[in-house]
Write a protein that binds this ligand. Structure first.
Ligand code: NAG
Ligand code: NAG
Ligand code: NAG
Ligand code: NAG
Ligand code: NAG
Ligand code: NAG
Ligand code: NAG
Ligand code: NAG
Ligand code: NAG
Length: 478
Protein backbone atom coordinates (compact mmCIF):
# COMPACT_ATOMS: atom_id res chain seq x y z
CA UNK A 1 0.00 0.00 0.00
CA UNK A 2 2.62 2.47 1.10
CA UNK A 3 4.64 1.72 -1.98
CA UNK A 4 1.82 2.60 -4.39
CA UNK A 5 0.96 5.74 -2.48
CA UNK A 6 4.58 6.81 -2.41
CA UNK A 7 5.18 6.33 -6.10
CA UNK A 8 2.01 8.24 -6.91
CA UNK A 9 2.94 11.31 -4.92
CA UNK A 10 6.35 11.33 -6.57
CA UNK A 11 4.81 11.31 -10.02
CA UNK A 12 2.26 13.98 -9.13
CA UNK A 13 5.00 16.24 -7.92
CA UNK A 14 6.95 15.98 -11.16
CA UNK A 15 3.83 16.49 -13.27
CA UNK A 16 3.02 19.63 -11.35
CA UNK A 17 6.38 21.03 -12.40
CA UNK A 18 5.59 20.83 -16.10
CA UNK A 19 2.99 23.62 -16.35
CA UNK A 20 5.09 25.71 -13.99
CA UNK A 21 8.08 25.38 -16.27
CA UNK A 22 6.03 26.45 -19.23
CA UNK A 23 4.52 29.35 -17.36
CA UNK A 24 7.67 30.95 -16.15
CA UNK A 25 11.04 30.96 -17.81
CA UNK A 26 12.57 32.57 -14.77
CA UNK A 27 11.30 29.86 -12.48
CA UNK A 28 12.43 27.27 -15.02
CA UNK A 29 15.99 28.52 -14.86
CA UNK A 30 15.97 28.54 -11.08
CA UNK A 31 14.51 25.04 -10.87
CA UNK A 32 16.90 23.52 -13.40
CA UNK A 33 19.90 25.22 -11.81
CA UNK A 34 18.95 23.79 -8.45
CA UNK A 35 18.53 20.24 -9.56
CA UNK A 36 21.79 19.93 -11.45
CA UNK A 37 23.30 16.50 -10.75
CA UNK A 38 26.83 17.88 -10.40
CA UNK A 39 28.93 16.37 -7.65
CA UNK A 40 31.08 18.60 -5.50
CA UNK A 41 33.50 18.32 -2.64
CA UNK A 42 33.63 19.41 1.00
CA UNK A 43 36.57 21.72 1.56
CA UNK A 44 37.48 21.31 5.22
CA UNK A 45 40.48 23.14 6.64
CA UNK A 46 41.38 21.22 9.79
CA UNK A 47 44.98 20.63 8.76
CA UNK A 48 48.24 22.50 9.38
CA UNK A 49 49.72 21.50 6.03
CA UNK A 50 47.02 22.38 3.50
CA UNK A 51 47.51 24.30 0.23
CA UNK A 52 46.35 27.92 -0.10
CA UNK A 53 42.74 28.68 -1.05
CA UNK A 54 43.83 29.69 -4.56
CA UNK A 55 45.70 26.42 -5.12
CA UNK A 56 42.84 24.47 -3.51
CA UNK A 57 40.32 26.01 -5.90
CA UNK A 58 42.52 24.95 -8.85
CA UNK A 59 42.66 21.40 -7.47
CA UNK A 60 38.88 21.37 -6.97
CA UNK A 61 38.11 22.51 -10.51
CA UNK A 62 40.99 21.08 -12.56
CA UNK A 63 42.11 17.96 -10.73
CA UNK A 64 38.78 16.76 -9.33
CA UNK A 65 36.48 18.43 -11.90
CA UNK A 66 34.00 19.21 -9.14
CA UNK A 67 30.82 21.15 -9.86
CA UNK A 68 30.24 22.39 -6.33
CA UNK A 69 32.13 23.13 -3.18
CA UNK A 70 30.93 23.25 0.40
CA UNK A 71 32.83 25.00 3.19
CA UNK A 72 32.30 25.00 6.95
CA UNK A 73 32.37 28.76 7.45
CA UNK A 74 32.46 31.78 5.19
CA UNK A 75 36.25 32.17 4.97
CA UNK A 76 36.80 35.37 2.96
CA UNK A 77 40.03 34.04 1.41
CA UNK A 78 38.22 31.00 0.05
CA UNK A 79 35.17 32.97 -1.09
CA UNK A 80 37.50 35.38 -2.90
CA UNK A 81 39.39 32.52 -4.57
CA UNK A 82 36.04 31.12 -5.72
CA UNK A 83 35.03 34.31 -7.55
CA UNK A 84 34.32 33.83 -11.27
CA UNK A 85 34.60 30.06 -11.14
CA UNK A 86 31.74 27.79 -12.23
CA UNK A 87 31.49 26.26 -8.78
CA UNK A 88 28.21 26.44 -6.90
CA UNK A 89 29.13 27.27 -3.34
CA UNK A 90 27.65 26.31 0.02
CA UNK A 91 28.68 28.36 3.07
CA UNK A 92 27.93 27.87 6.75
CA UNK A 93 26.94 29.86 9.83
CA UNK A 94 28.99 28.46 12.75
CA UNK A 95 27.03 26.62 15.46
CA UNK A 96 28.24 29.01 18.17
CA UNK A 97 26.32 32.02 16.86
CA UNK A 98 22.99 30.35 16.07
CA UNK A 99 21.46 31.60 19.30
CA UNK A 100 22.70 35.17 18.73
CA UNK A 101 21.17 35.15 15.25
CA UNK A 102 17.89 33.67 16.42
CA UNK A 103 17.32 36.44 18.92
CA UNK A 104 18.61 39.43 16.99
CA UNK A 105 17.69 40.45 13.43
CA UNK A 106 20.48 43.04 13.25
CA UNK A 107 22.95 40.31 14.13
CA UNK A 108 21.62 38.18 11.26
CA UNK A 109 21.72 41.17 8.91
CA UNK A 110 25.28 41.90 9.91
CA UNK A 111 26.33 38.31 9.29
CA UNK A 112 24.85 38.35 5.81
CA UNK A 113 26.28 41.80 5.19
CA UNK A 114 29.84 40.80 6.02
CA UNK A 115 29.90 37.17 4.85
CA UNK A 116 27.67 37.06 1.77
CA UNK A 117 27.32 40.53 0.27
CA UNK A 118 31.05 41.14 -0.44
CA UNK A 119 31.26 37.98 -2.55
CA UNK A 120 27.85 37.57 -4.13
CA UNK A 121 27.13 37.14 -7.05
CA UNK A 122 30.74 36.87 -8.37
CA UNK A 123 31.10 33.86 -6.08
CA UNK A 124 28.12 31.64 -6.87
CA UNK A 125 26.91 31.18 -3.31
CA UNK A 126 23.80 29.03 -3.64
CA UNK A 127 23.38 27.44 -0.22
CA UNK A 128 23.67 28.88 3.26
CA UNK A 129 23.69 26.28 6.01
CA UNK A 130 22.82 27.42 9.50
CA UNK A 131 24.93 25.20 11.73
CA UNK A 132 26.51 21.79 11.21
CA UNK A 133 24.77 18.67 12.61
CA UNK A 134 23.56 20.62 15.63
CA UNK A 135 20.79 18.13 16.36
CA UNK A 136 23.50 15.49 16.86
CA UNK A 137 25.09 17.46 19.71
CA UNK A 138 23.87 18.03 23.22
CA UNK A 139 21.19 20.69 23.37
CA UNK A 140 23.51 23.18 25.10
CA UNK A 141 21.70 26.43 25.93
CA UNK A 142 18.62 25.05 24.17
CA UNK A 143 20.28 25.85 20.80
CA UNK A 144 18.10 23.27 19.03
CA UNK A 145 15.10 25.49 19.56
CA UNK A 146 16.97 28.51 18.18
CA UNK A 147 17.74 26.75 14.92
CA UNK A 148 14.56 27.43 12.98
CA UNK A 149 14.22 31.04 14.24
CA UNK A 150 17.85 31.61 13.15
CA UNK A 151 17.14 30.12 9.71
CA UNK A 152 14.12 32.39 9.33
CA UNK A 153 16.15 35.46 10.24
CA UNK A 154 18.92 34.58 7.78
CA UNK A 155 16.36 33.99 5.04
CA UNK A 156 14.80 37.35 5.85
CA UNK A 157 18.19 39.10 5.74
CA UNK A 158 18.94 37.62 2.33
CA UNK A 159 15.58 38.89 1.11
CA UNK A 160 16.18 42.40 2.42
CA UNK A 161 19.53 42.34 0.61
CA UNK A 162 17.62 41.38 -2.53
CA UNK A 163 19.38 37.99 -2.72
CA UNK A 164 16.99 35.32 -3.95
CA UNK A 165 19.18 32.53 -5.30
CA UNK A 166 20.47 31.26 -1.97
CA UNK A 167 18.67 28.37 -0.27
CA UNK A 168 18.82 28.30 3.52
CA UNK A 169 19.17 24.96 5.29
CA UNK A 170 21.06 23.09 8.00
CA UNK A 171 22.88 19.75 7.96
CA UNK A 172 21.66 16.54 9.56
CA UNK A 173 23.48 13.34 10.48
CA UNK A 174 21.70 9.97 10.31
CA UNK A 175 21.28 10.01 14.08
CA UNK A 176 18.37 12.42 13.73
CA UNK A 177 16.53 9.13 13.12
CA UNK A 178 15.69 6.83 16.01
CA UNK A 179 14.89 4.08 13.54
CA UNK A 180 16.22 3.62 10.02
CA UNK A 181 15.60 -0.05 9.44
CA UNK A 182 13.73 -1.21 7.51
CA UNK A 183 13.78 2.05 5.54
CA UNK A 184 10.00 2.30 5.60
CA UNK A 185 10.24 2.41 9.42
CA UNK A 186 12.39 5.58 9.25
CA UNK A 187 11.37 7.81 12.17
CA UNK A 188 12.81 11.02 13.62
CA UNK A 189 13.99 10.91 17.24
CA UNK A 190 11.19 11.70 19.61
CA UNK A 191 13.22 14.42 21.39
CA UNK A 192 13.31 16.51 18.21
CA UNK A 193 10.41 15.26 16.13
CA UNK A 194 7.67 17.61 17.24
CA UNK A 195 9.58 20.55 18.67
CA UNK A 196 12.29 20.92 16.01
CA UNK A 197 11.67 18.75 12.95
CA UNK A 198 8.09 19.89 12.40
CA UNK A 199 8.87 23.61 12.12
CA UNK A 200 12.14 22.83 10.33
CA UNK A 201 10.49 20.74 7.63
CA UNK A 202 7.78 23.36 7.31
CA UNK A 203 10.47 26.00 6.70
CA UNK A 204 12.32 23.82 4.16
CA UNK A 205 9.08 22.98 2.35
CA UNK A 206 7.83 26.56 2.28
CA UNK A 207 11.14 27.97 1.01
CA UNK A 208 11.67 25.06 -1.43
CA UNK A 209 14.99 24.37 0.21
CA UNK A 210 16.60 20.98 0.82
CA UNK A 211 17.12 18.46 3.59
CA UNK A 212 20.94 18.51 3.79
CA UNK A 213 22.00 15.03 4.88
CA UNK A 214 25.38 13.61 5.88
CA UNK A 215 25.23 9.95 4.90
CA UNK A 216 28.03 7.43 5.41
CA UNK A 217 27.36 3.73 4.71
CA UNK A 218 30.84 3.16 6.22
CA UNK A 219 29.54 3.67 9.77
CA UNK A 220 26.64 1.17 9.86
CA UNK A 221 28.74 -1.34 7.91
CA UNK A 222 31.81 -1.03 10.15
CA UNK A 223 29.71 -1.46 13.27
CA UNK A 224 28.07 -4.61 11.88
CA UNK A 225 30.28 -6.09 9.14
CA UNK A 226 28.85 -9.55 9.76
CA UNK A 227 25.25 -8.82 8.85
CA UNK A 228 25.90 -6.09 6.31
CA UNK A 229 27.93 -7.21 3.30
CA UNK A 230 30.84 -4.96 2.32
CA UNK A 231 29.89 -4.99 -1.38
CA UNK A 232 26.41 -3.78 -0.42
CA UNK A 233 27.94 -0.84 1.47
CA UNK A 234 30.37 -0.07 -1.39
CA UNK A 235 27.55 0.07 -4.01
CA UNK A 236 29.27 -2.71 -5.91
CA UNK A 237 26.02 -3.88 -7.47
CA UNK A 238 26.19 -7.63 -7.77
CA UNK A 239 23.28 -9.76 -6.79
CA UNK A 240 22.66 -8.82 -3.19
CA UNK A 241 19.28 -7.28 -2.51
CA UNK A 242 17.06 -6.47 0.44
CA UNK A 243 13.31 -6.15 0.18
CA UNK A 244 11.67 -3.88 2.72
CA UNK A 245 8.64 -5.74 4.10
CA UNK A 246 6.88 -2.48 4.94
CA UNK A 247 7.12 -0.85 1.51
CA UNK A 248 7.81 -3.80 -0.77
CA UNK A 249 10.71 -1.79 -2.24
CA UNK A 250 13.86 -3.72 -3.16
CA UNK A 251 17.29 -2.30 -2.32
CA UNK A 252 20.63 -3.08 -3.96
CA UNK A 253 22.83 -0.95 -1.70
CA UNK A 254 23.05 0.54 1.79
CA UNK A 255 23.26 4.14 0.55
CA UNK A 256 19.75 3.97 -0.95
CA UNK A 257 18.46 2.35 2.21
CA UNK A 258 19.76 5.21 4.34
CA UNK A 259 18.36 7.92 2.04
CA UNK A 260 14.97 6.26 1.93
CA UNK A 261 14.86 5.93 5.72
CA UNK A 262 15.06 9.74 5.85
CA UNK A 263 12.49 10.01 3.09
CA UNK A 264 10.03 7.84 5.05
CA UNK A 265 10.69 9.76 8.28
CA UNK A 266 9.73 12.98 6.47
CA UNK A 267 6.66 11.32 4.95
CA UNK A 268 5.56 10.38 8.49
CA UNK A 269 5.51 14.07 9.40
CA UNK A 270 3.56 14.90 6.25
CA UNK A 271 6.38 16.13 3.99
CA UNK A 272 6.92 13.83 1.04
CA UNK A 273 8.41 16.31 -1.42
CA UNK A 274 11.31 17.97 0.37
CA UNK A 275 14.35 17.27 -1.75
CA UNK A 276 17.37 15.63 -0.16
CA UNK A 277 20.82 17.17 -0.73
CA UNK A 278 23.75 14.93 0.17
CA UNK A 279 25.82 17.37 2.19
CA UNK A 280 28.53 14.82 2.94
CA UNK A 281 29.28 11.28 1.88
CA UNK A 282 32.54 9.39 1.57
CA UNK A 283 34.68 6.51 2.80
CA UNK A 284 37.96 6.67 4.74
CA UNK A 285 41.17 5.72 2.92
CA UNK A 286 42.96 4.83 6.13
CA UNK A 287 42.48 4.55 9.90
CA UNK A 288 43.65 2.87 13.07
CA UNK A 289 44.47 -0.82 13.63
CA UNK A 290 41.25 -1.27 15.58
CA UNK A 291 39.15 0.03 12.68
CA UNK A 292 37.90 -2.09 9.82
CA UNK A 293 37.62 -1.48 6.09
CA UNK A 294 39.31 1.92 5.99
CA UNK A 295 41.63 1.61 3.01
CA UNK A 296 42.36 3.14 -0.39
CA UNK A 297 40.71 0.32 -2.30
CA UNK A 298 37.37 0.72 -0.51
CA UNK A 299 37.51 4.52 -0.53
CA UNK A 300 38.13 4.56 -4.30
CA UNK A 301 35.43 1.96 -4.92
CA UNK A 302 32.79 3.69 -2.80
CA UNK A 303 33.48 7.20 -4.05
CA UNK A 304 33.65 6.20 -7.72
CA UNK A 305 30.45 4.18 -7.44
CA UNK A 306 28.56 6.89 -5.61
CA UNK A 307 29.70 9.50 -8.17
CA UNK A 308 28.60 7.21 -11.02
CA UNK A 309 25.21 6.78 -9.40
CA UNK A 310 24.72 10.47 -8.62
CA UNK A 311 25.71 11.64 -12.13
CA UNK A 312 23.86 8.94 -14.08
CA UNK A 313 21.76 10.23 -16.96
CA UNK A 314 18.87 9.86 -16.73
CA UNK A 315 19.00 10.10 -12.93
CA UNK A 316 18.42 6.85 -11.04
CA UNK A 317 17.32 8.12 -7.63
CA UNK A 318 16.42 5.61 -4.92
CA UNK A 319 13.66 2.99 -4.73
CA UNK A 320 11.34 5.43 -2.90
CA UNK A 321 12.39 8.35 -5.09
CA UNK A 322 13.04 6.86 -8.51
CA UNK A 323 14.45 9.22 -11.11
CA UNK A 324 15.24 11.91 -8.57
CA UNK A 325 18.43 13.98 -8.67
CA UNK A 326 20.36 14.14 -5.41
CA UNK A 327 22.84 17.04 -5.46
CA UNK A 328 25.92 16.01 -3.47
CA UNK A 329 29.33 16.85 -2.08
CA UNK A 330 31.91 14.17 -1.32
CA UNK A 331 33.74 14.38 2.00
CA UNK A 332 36.44 15.54 1.71
CA UNK A 333 38.92 17.46 -0.38
CA UNK A 334 41.97 16.65 1.80
CA UNK A 335 43.10 14.28 4.50
CA UNK A 336 42.95 16.69 7.47
CA UNK A 337 45.61 15.97 10.09
CA UNK A 338 44.07 18.08 12.86
CA UNK A 339 40.67 16.40 13.00
CA UNK A 340 40.13 14.72 16.35
CA UNK A 341 38.67 11.28 17.01
CA UNK A 342 39.59 7.92 15.50
CA UNK A 343 42.15 7.68 12.68
CA UNK A 344 39.48 7.44 9.98
CA UNK A 345 38.51 11.06 10.70
CA UNK A 346 41.87 12.19 9.36
CA UNK A 347 41.66 10.00 6.24
CA UNK A 348 38.59 10.96 4.26
CA UNK A 349 40.48 12.97 1.63
CA UNK A 350 40.36 12.57 -2.12
CA UNK A 351 43.73 14.35 -2.10
CA UNK A 352 46.78 14.37 0.14
CA UNK A 353 47.76 17.78 1.51
CA UNK A 354 50.49 17.97 -1.19
CA UNK A 355 47.72 17.98 -3.80
CA UNK A 356 48.29 14.51 -5.23
CA UNK A 357 45.46 12.00 -5.58
CA UNK A 358 44.96 9.37 -2.88
CA UNK A 359 43.29 7.44 -5.74
CA UNK A 360 42.16 8.47 -9.22
CA UNK A 361 38.71 10.01 -9.30
CA UNK A 362 36.78 12.33 -11.59
CA UNK A 363 33.74 13.93 -10.00
CA UNK A 364 31.97 14.34 -13.34
CA UNK A 365 31.73 10.53 -13.43
CA UNK A 366 32.84 10.59 -17.08
CA UNK A 367 36.17 8.78 -16.84
CA UNK A 368 35.68 5.06 -17.46
CA UNK A 369 36.93 2.74 -14.72
CA UNK A 370 39.39 1.19 -17.18
CA UNK A 371 41.32 4.48 -17.42
CA UNK A 372 42.23 4.35 -13.73
CA UNK A 373 45.47 2.93 -12.38
CA UNK A 374 45.12 -0.38 -10.46
CA UNK A 375 44.34 0.02 -6.76
CA UNK A 376 46.33 -1.41 -3.84
CA UNK A 377 44.63 -4.52 -2.45
CA UNK A 378 42.56 -3.93 0.70
CA UNK A 379 44.35 -5.38 3.73
CA UNK A 380 41.95 -4.61 6.56
CA UNK A 381 38.53 -5.72 5.32
CA UNK A 382 38.46 -8.17 8.22
CA UNK A 383 38.68 -7.02 11.83
CA UNK A 384 42.30 -7.10 13.04
CA UNK A 385 42.74 -9.80 15.67
CA UNK A 386 45.49 -9.44 18.23
CA UNK A 387 47.02 -6.99 20.65
CA UNK A 388 47.31 -3.25 20.05
CA UNK A 389 49.28 -0.72 22.07
CA UNK A 390 49.10 3.06 22.15
CA UNK A 391 52.42 4.89 22.03
CA UNK A 392 53.84 8.37 21.51
CA UNK A 393 53.75 9.38 17.84
CA UNK A 394 56.97 10.07 15.96
CA UNK A 395 57.94 13.71 16.10
CA UNK A 396 55.54 14.57 18.92
CA UNK A 397 56.35 17.75 20.83
CA UNK A 398 58.12 16.82 24.12
CA UNK A 399 56.52 19.42 26.31
CA UNK A 400 53.08 18.57 24.97
CA UNK A 401 53.80 14.89 25.58
CA UNK A 402 54.71 15.74 29.18
CA UNK A 403 51.32 17.42 29.70
CA UNK A 404 49.50 14.51 28.08
CA UNK A 405 51.38 12.13 30.39
CA UNK A 406 50.16 14.07 33.41
CA UNK A 407 46.63 14.04 32.01
CA UNK A 408 46.63 10.27 31.28
CA UNK A 409 47.99 9.46 34.73
CA UNK A 410 45.36 11.62 36.36
CA UNK A 411 42.44 9.74 34.83
CA UNK A 412 42.41 6.30 36.33
CA UNK A 413 43.12 4.04 39.19
CA UNK A 414 46.75 3.09 39.08
CA UNK A 415 47.11 3.87 35.38
CA UNK A 416 50.68 4.99 35.99
CA UNK A 417 51.74 3.06 39.10
CA UNK A 418 54.36 0.93 37.26
CA UNK A 419 56.23 4.03 36.01
CA UNK A 420 56.66 5.51 39.51
CA UNK A 421 60.25 5.60 40.87
CA UNK A 422 61.42 2.18 41.98
CA UNK A 423 58.80 0.31 39.97
CA UNK A 424 59.37 -1.99 36.96
CA UNK A 425 58.60 0.50 34.23
CA UNK A 426 60.38 3.51 35.65
CA UNK A 427 63.09 4.90 33.40
CA UNK A 428 64.61 8.05 34.73
CA UNK A 429 64.62 10.92 32.22
CA UNK A 430 62.40 9.25 29.68
CA UNK A 431 59.22 11.26 29.28
CA UNK A 432 58.56 9.52 25.96
CA UNK A 433 58.76 5.99 27.43
CA UNK A 434 56.66 6.95 30.38
CA UNK A 435 54.10 8.59 28.15
CA UNK A 436 53.94 5.55 25.87
CA UNK A 437 53.29 3.41 28.95
CA UNK A 438 50.67 5.84 30.24
CA UNK A 439 48.92 6.08 26.86
CA UNK A 440 48.77 2.28 26.55
CA UNK A 441 47.57 1.91 30.10
CA UNK A 442 44.98 4.65 29.75
CA UNK A 443 43.67 3.29 26.47
CA UNK A 444 43.52 -0.32 27.71
CA UNK A 445 41.50 0.87 30.69
CA UNK A 446 39.15 3.30 28.97
CA UNK A 447 38.71 2.16 25.36
CA UNK A 448 35.42 0.42 26.15
CA UNK A 449 34.12 3.61 27.75
CA UNK A 450 35.00 5.63 24.66
CA UNK A 451 38.61 6.58 25.46
CA UNK A 452 40.73 6.96 22.36
CA UNK A 453 44.38 6.60 21.46
CA UNK A 454 44.83 10.09 20.14
CA UNK A 455 45.88 12.72 22.71
CA UNK A 456 45.68 15.58 20.22
CA UNK A 457 47.77 13.73 17.71
CA UNK A 458 50.54 12.87 20.20
CA UNK A 459 49.59 9.16 20.28
CA UNK A 460 49.31 6.40 17.68
CA UNK A 461 48.32 2.75 17.77
CA UNK A 462 50.96 0.08 17.17
CA UNK A 463 50.91 -3.69 16.82
CA UNK A 464 54.58 -3.96 17.82
CA UNK A 465 54.85 -4.68 21.51
CA UNK A 466 56.72 -1.75 23.12
CA UNK A 467 57.33 -3.69 26.37
CA UNK A 468 60.90 -3.92 27.54
CA UNK A 469 62.56 -6.24 30.02
CA UNK A 470 60.13 -7.12 32.77
CA UNK A 471 57.99 -4.07 32.06
CA UNK A 472 54.88 -5.25 30.26
CA UNK A 473 52.78 -2.56 28.59
CA UNK A 474 49.01 -2.97 28.92
CA UNK A 475 47.31 -3.64 25.57
CA UNK A 476 43.90 -3.75 23.96
CA UNK A 477 43.06 -7.20 22.64
CA UNK A 478 40.69 -7.54 19.71
C1 NAG B 1 26.24 35.93 21.57
O1 NAG B 1 25.40 35.99 22.71
C2 NAG B 1 26.06 35.70 23.92
C3 NAG B 1 25.03 35.60 25.03
O2 NAG B 1 24.00 36.53 24.84
C4 NAG B 1 27.11 36.80 24.16
O3 NAG B 1 27.79 36.54 25.37
C5 NAG B 1 28.10 36.77 23.00
O4 NAG B 1 29.04 37.79 23.13
C6 NAG B 1 27.38 36.94 21.68
N1 NAG B 1 28.31 36.68 20.59
C7 NAG B 1 28.61 37.60 19.68
C8 NAG B 1 29.58 37.19 18.62
O5 NAG B 1 28.13 38.71 19.71
C1 NAG C 1 22.19 42.65 18.11
O1 NAG C 1 23.23 42.56 17.16
C2 NAG C 1 23.83 43.81 16.88
C3 NAG C 1 24.77 43.60 15.73
O2 NAG C 1 25.74 42.62 16.04
C4 NAG C 1 24.52 44.33 18.15
O3 NAG C 1 25.10 45.59 17.88
C5 NAG C 1 23.47 44.45 19.25
O4 NAG C 1 24.10 44.80 20.45
C6 NAG C 1 22.74 43.14 19.44
N1 NAG C 1 21.64 43.32 20.37
C7 NAG C 1 21.50 42.59 21.46
C8 NAG C 1 20.30 42.88 22.30
O5 NAG C 1 22.29 41.70 21.76
C1 NAG D 1 25.87 28.80 26.74
O1 NAG D 1 25.50 30.08 27.23
C2 NAG D 1 26.47 30.68 28.11
C3 NAG D 1 25.88 31.99 28.61
O2 NAG D 1 25.43 32.78 27.55
C4 NAG D 1 27.77 30.88 27.36
O3 NAG D 1 28.75 31.39 28.21
C5 NAG D 1 28.25 29.55 26.80
O4 NAG D 1 29.40 29.76 26.00
C6 NAG D 1 27.17 28.91 25.95
N1 NAG D 1 27.63 27.61 25.52
C7 NAG D 1 27.50 27.22 24.25
C8 NAG D 1 28.11 25.90 23.93
O5 NAG D 1 26.92 27.86 23.39
C1 NAG E 1 10.55 0.66 13.95
O1 NAG E 1 10.94 1.82 14.67
C2 NAG E 1 10.62 1.80 16.03
C3 NAG E 1 11.09 3.10 16.65
O2 NAG E 1 10.67 4.19 15.94
C4 NAG E 1 11.30 0.64 16.71
O3 NAG E 1 10.91 0.60 18.07
C5 NAG E 1 10.92 -0.65 16.01
O4 NAG E 1 11.65 -1.71 16.56
C6 NAG E 1 11.20 -0.57 14.52
N1 NAG E 1 10.71 -1.74 13.84
C7 NAG E 1 11.52 -2.62 13.30
C8 NAG E 1 10.86 -3.75 12.58
O5 NAG E 1 12.73 -2.51 13.33
C1 NAG F 1 4.68 21.76 1.12
O1 NAG F 1 4.71 22.69 0.05
C2 NAG F 1 3.73 22.41 -0.96
C3 NAG F 1 3.90 23.37 -2.12
O2 NAG F 1 4.89 24.26 -1.96
C4 NAG F 1 2.36 22.53 -0.39
O3 NAG F 1 1.40 22.23 -1.39
C5 NAG F 1 2.21 21.55 0.75
O4 NAG F 1 0.97 21.70 1.37
C6 NAG F 1 3.31 21.75 1.78
N1 NAG F 1 3.24 20.67 2.74
C7 NAG F 1 3.01 20.86 4.02
C8 NAG F 1 2.86 19.64 4.86
O5 NAG F 1 2.93 21.97 4.50
C1 NAG G 1 25.97 -13.82 -6.16
O1 NAG G 1 27.11 -13.69 -6.97
C2 NAG G 1 28.24 -14.43 -6.51
C3 NAG G 1 29.42 -14.06 -7.37
O2 NAG G 1 29.04 -13.96 -8.71
C4 NAG G 1 27.91 -15.91 -6.53
O3 NAG G 1 29.03 -16.63 -6.03
C5 NAG G 1 26.71 -16.14 -5.64
O4 NAG G 1 26.34 -17.52 -5.71
C6 NAG G 1 25.55 -15.29 -6.07
N1 NAG G 1 24.50 -15.42 -5.07
C7 NAG G 1 23.22 -15.53 -5.40
C8 NAG G 1 22.27 -15.65 -4.26
O5 NAG G 1 22.83 -15.53 -6.56
C1 NAG H 1 52.12 13.36 -1.53
O1 NAG H 1 51.91 12.79 -0.27
C2 NAG H 1 51.68 11.39 -0.28
C3 NAG H 1 51.32 10.96 1.14
O2 NAG H 1 52.19 11.48 2.07
C4 NAG H 1 52.89 10.67 -0.83
O3 NAG H 1 52.66 9.29 -0.85
C5 NAG H 1 53.17 11.19 -2.23
O4 NAG H 1 54.34 10.60 -2.74
C6 NAG H 1 53.31 12.70 -2.25
N1 NAG H 1 53.36 13.14 -3.62
C7 NAG H 1 54.23 14.06 -4.05
C8 NAG H 1 54.16 14.43 -5.49
O5 NAG H 1 55.03 14.55 -3.29
C1 NAG I 1 56.07 22.49 21.78
O1 NAG I 1 54.82 22.90 22.31
C2 NAG I 1 54.92 24.06 23.11
C3 NAG I 1 53.55 24.25 23.80
O2 NAG I 1 52.50 24.07 22.91
C4 NAG I 1 55.34 25.22 22.26
O3 NAG I 1 55.44 26.40 23.03
C5 NAG I 1 56.69 24.89 21.62
O4 NAG I 1 57.05 25.92 20.73
C6 NAG I 1 56.63 23.57 20.87
N1 NAG I 1 57.97 23.21 20.46
C7 NAG I 1 58.25 22.83 19.23
C8 NAG I 1 59.64 22.44 18.96
O5 NAG I 1 57.39 22.80 18.32
C1 NAG J 1 38.51 3.69 40.65
O1 NAG J 1 38.22 2.71 41.61
C2 NAG J 1 37.06 2.95 42.36
C3 NAG J 1 36.96 1.93 43.47
O2 NAG J 1 37.48 0.70 43.03
C4 NAG J 1 35.86 2.92 41.43
O3 NAG J 1 34.67 3.18 42.15
C5 NAG J 1 36.06 3.98 40.36
O4 NAG J 1 35.00 3.91 39.43
C6 NAG J 1 37.37 3.75 39.65
N1 NAG J 1 37.59 4.89 38.76
C7 NAG J 1 37.95 4.74 37.52
C8 NAG J 1 38.11 5.99 36.73
O5 NAG J 1 38.13 3.65 37.01
Amino acid sequence: MLRIWQRKTQRDWKMELVPLLLLSLLLASIVSAEISPKVGVNYGQLGNNLPSPAKSVRLITKTLKAGRVKIYDADPKILTALKHTNLQVSIMVPNEIISNISSNQSFADQWVHSNVVPFYPATMIRYLLVGNEILSQYNINQTWFDLVPAMRRIKYSLKTHNIHKIKVGTTFAMDVLESSFPPSNGTFRSDISGSVMNPLLQFLNRTKSFFFLDVYPFFPWSSDPVNIKLDYALLKGGNQTYTDPGSGLTYTNLFDQMLDAVHFAMVKLGYENIRIWIAETGWPNGGDYDQIGANIYNAATYNRNVVKKLTAKPPVGTPARPGTVFPACIFALYNENQKTGPGTERHFGLLYPNGSHVFDIDLTGETPESDYKPLPAPLNNEQYKGKIWCVVAKGANRSEVASALTYACGQGNGTCDPIQPGRKCHRPDSVIWHASYAFSSYWAQFRKAGGSCYFNGLAVQTINDPSYGSCKFPSVTL
